[in-house]
Design a binder for this molecule. Structure first.
Ligand code: NAG
Ligand code: NAG
Ligand code: NAG
Ligand code: NAG
Length: 636
């Protein structure tokens, strides 16, 4: 560290002589080695590294204001969504960024003939020796090896850029990122972490067992939730009028898959007109709706999402299934986003093999094609019931992905994510430790991602309280699962929720020390709203059973918003797009059933409480469909 400080002083003194040199600033730093990796040796100084400088997106600091401009109900541009071309053009790196980075490299002794600009103008590349790279980035490259696979990887702990260059660079590779391809060894897939669609990773709805009798009367909604219960709870009586102009997308990650026989079994009892109907499949990156492995672990999530999503929008509205990832490798959110936005896949070098699928897939039986890139126009509403814990991912990775959700919002897409099922703890009941690691006995609240991204809509879970009627106020879900909620440690609070969250913090200050939650008041809080997540009847593997989770809440809210889009499209209006600035606006306050009972236990605490107004358990509350419909029909 001393040496670095000394280097900085030297650089400052040379600023006078050369205006292209400025004090250096730390650009990225990694705090931990990812699990499974060990240091082997210092890298050889004369080895060659394929250095790549990912250039900063133009106008990215204006993202929130651009998004507000088309999404805030009081904005004169409400609903004037952008074309994909306008999105691509607005955020492409500027000529200035290209020039500043090139000038710095050339000024540092790299011959201009060695530099290459990628065709999409997002990357500057140079083959540099380790010695050159260490000098440019004021760092040290080391070789690491993976315990399971023996794969070697080159990385550094932190790197620096001159202060005038840093704002023009998103990231440099190879650097702190452990983006190594781990190849299959032996029979079990020894991937870097469990795939997002893999059973047994603490995701997906919770199953409490088979049921032999369906209780279809509305007085039993505290024991079994059926589509009729949800229609009664939220006042959802609506027949689509503009289905051919509308779209609703539900996302599933391979190997999760629906079974047609289960959809038919469900629909025989709950919606005869849907019997024999399937969602419209969009298969991304060689995806298959696999049928070799069945049972709750493989079919629970997809069956739940599709049985309720398709039922609530009725047989008149087609539902699109975005099935993502091939069988051997699977995929993650970036792979879906690549398929939805062509400018995303070609930007900043794309996906991180630690978390995302990388195609062509070298694994046996893997998808050998190029990754799908901008292949479909995104649906108007997209619901996803999968998620990470925030510390599973680096801030840079989450920032890049979160910005992409804002771009979908600019294009008029509503993006919903379930908020998690472990209250203030993360997936698998994991909480954080003071050193940033996660464990079951951790004490620090563990927010989810993308729940903490301010540009998605996060959906929490409620319940019909035991013994209560369907007309009684619901409480936060406290059976089997607890609604994910709290404060992000990565993302700042967006403008739209400052008043609501500020009021909660003032009127109901949580009784916890700032060491276990982000009490700063300046970070993004979630969820945004909620819907029932307890006692859902689903058909799975040929039997009816009960499931619990925000996994259920998200597709239900998605269906309700799809019906609102239908009503707007039928009278020539635009889809509702990114809804957060609207739902937090004062005129929408009575569009929700405020939830004031129950908490979201976790990390050895009772969690936060549901209170009047917004709260970090159930957000603004559950949808009141007739009121929301009337309000959204009044907007331009
Ligand atoms: C770096 O070297 C590799 C291998 O020789 C070559 O394929 C690649 O084009 C080079 N890249 C640049 C930017 O010169
Ligand atoms: C489903 O509906 C049929 C006919 O309406 C009924 O006979 C059957 O018992 C129902 N299934 C269950 C599990 O209740
Ligand atoms: C099922 O398994 C067989 C044999 O392993 C494989 O060839 C096939 O691709 C699989 N199909 C699906 C849909 O999972
Ligand atoms: C709390 O959140 C803010 C904003 O996202 C962040 O800057 C800060 O580092 C977080 N605090 C902790 C202790 O992580």
């Amino acid at each position: 560290m001393l040496a670095l400080a000394f280097g900085t002083l030297l650089l400052i003194s040379s600023v006078l002589a050369d205006p292209s040199i400025s004090p250096s600033v730390q650009h990225e730093k990694r705090f931990h080695l990812p699990p499974g990796w060990a240091h082997v040796r210092r890298h050889e100084l004369n080895s060659v590294l394929p250095l790549r400088f990912g250039l900063a997106q133009s106008n990215i600091h204006k993202l929130e204001s651009f998004l507000n401009d088309v999404s805030h109900p009081e904005s004169p541009n409400y609903g004037n969504h952008w074309s994909p071309a306008k999105v691509a053009e607005t955020f492409a790196p500027s000529g200035e960024s290209i020039r500043v980075v090139k000038d710095w490299l050339v000024g540092s002794g790299i011959d201009p003939g060695r530099l290459r600009l990628s065709p999409t103008k997002n990357w500057i590349k140079v083959n540099a020796t380790v010695e050159e790279a260490e000098r440019l980035l004021q760092t040290e490259y080391n070789v690491y090896s993976h315990d399971d696979t023996g794969t070697e990887h080159i990385a550094c702990d932190a790197y620096h850029l001159p202060a005038h260059v840093s704002p023009h660079v998103e990231l440099v590779t190879p650097s702190i990122h452990f983006d190594a391809r781990l190849h299959k060894r032996g029979p079990a897939f020894s991937g870097p972490r469990e795939r997002i669609g893999e059973p047994g990773v603490g995701l997906g709805p919770k199953f409490t067992g088979k049921i032999s009798t369906l209780l279809t009367e509305l007085e039993n909604c505290d024991k079994q939730i059926t589509p009729a219960c949800l229609r009664a709870l939220y006042g959802v009586l609506y027949t689509p009028l503009a289905a051919n102009k509308n779209s609703y997308g539900i996302v599933e990650y391979t190997p999760q898959a629906f079974l047609q026989s289960d959809l038919d079994m469900f629909n025989k009892n709950f919606s005869k007109s849907l019997v024999g109907k399937s969602p419209k499949l969009v298969a991304i990156d060689g995806a298959v709706v696999q049928t070799n492995q069945t049972g709750f672990d493989f079919n629970g999530e997809s069956n739940l999402d599709l049985q309720y999503g398709m039922n609530l929008v009725t047989s008149k509205q087609e539902v699109t299934l975005y099935q993502v990832g091939d069988l051997p490798q699977g995929a993650s959110f970036n792979n879906l986003l690549d398929a939805l936005d062509g400018s995303f896949c070609s930007f900043e070098g794309g996906d991180d093999p630690l978390n995302d699928g990388i195609y062509p897939d070298p694994l046996d039986g893997g998808f050998k094609g190029n990754p799908d890139c901008g292949i479909v126009k995104p649906a108007n509403v997209i619901s996803t019931s999968y998620g990470y814990n925030e510390p599973d991912l680096s801030p840079a990775y989450t920032a890049r992905q979160c910005a992409e959700y804002a771009k979908l919002g600019l294009m008029g897409v509503t993006v919903l994510y379930s908020s998690g099922d472990n209250g203030v703890a993360g997936n698998g009941g994991l909480c954080q430790n003071p050193d940033g690691s996660q464990s079951r006995n951790g004490k620090i609240f563990n927010p989810g991602f993308p729940g903490g991204c301010p540009f998605i809509t996060s959906v929490g879970a409620t319940q019909v309280n035991p013994g209560a009627k369907v007309t009684d106020p619901e409480g936060a879900c406290e059976q089997v699962i607890f609604s994910g909620g709290g404060w992000s440690n990565y993302f700042a609070i967006p403008e739209y929720q400052k008043t609501a969250v500020g009021r909660y913090l003032k009127d109901f200050p949580p009784p916890y020390p700032p060491s276990i939650w982000n009490s700063t008041g300046v970070s993004r809080a979630f969820p945004d709203l909620s819907a029932n997540g307890a006692n859902y009847v689903i058909a799975v593997a040929g039997e009816f059973g009960l499931v619990f989770g925000t996994s259920a809440s998200s597709p239900v809210v998605g269906a309700i918003l799809t019906l609102i889009n239908d009503a707007r499209l039928a009278i020539g209006k635009k889809p509702i797009g990114f809804i957060n600035p609207t739902i937090y606006s004062p005129s929408f306050a009575d569009g929700f059933h405020d939830i004031v009972m129950g908490g979201n236990r976790g990390c050895g605490t009772p969690g936060f409480n549901s209170t009047p107004g917004w709260d970090p358990v159930t957000g603004l509350g559950t949808p009141n469909f007739p009121k929301l419909l009337a309000k959204w029909l009044l907007l331009p």
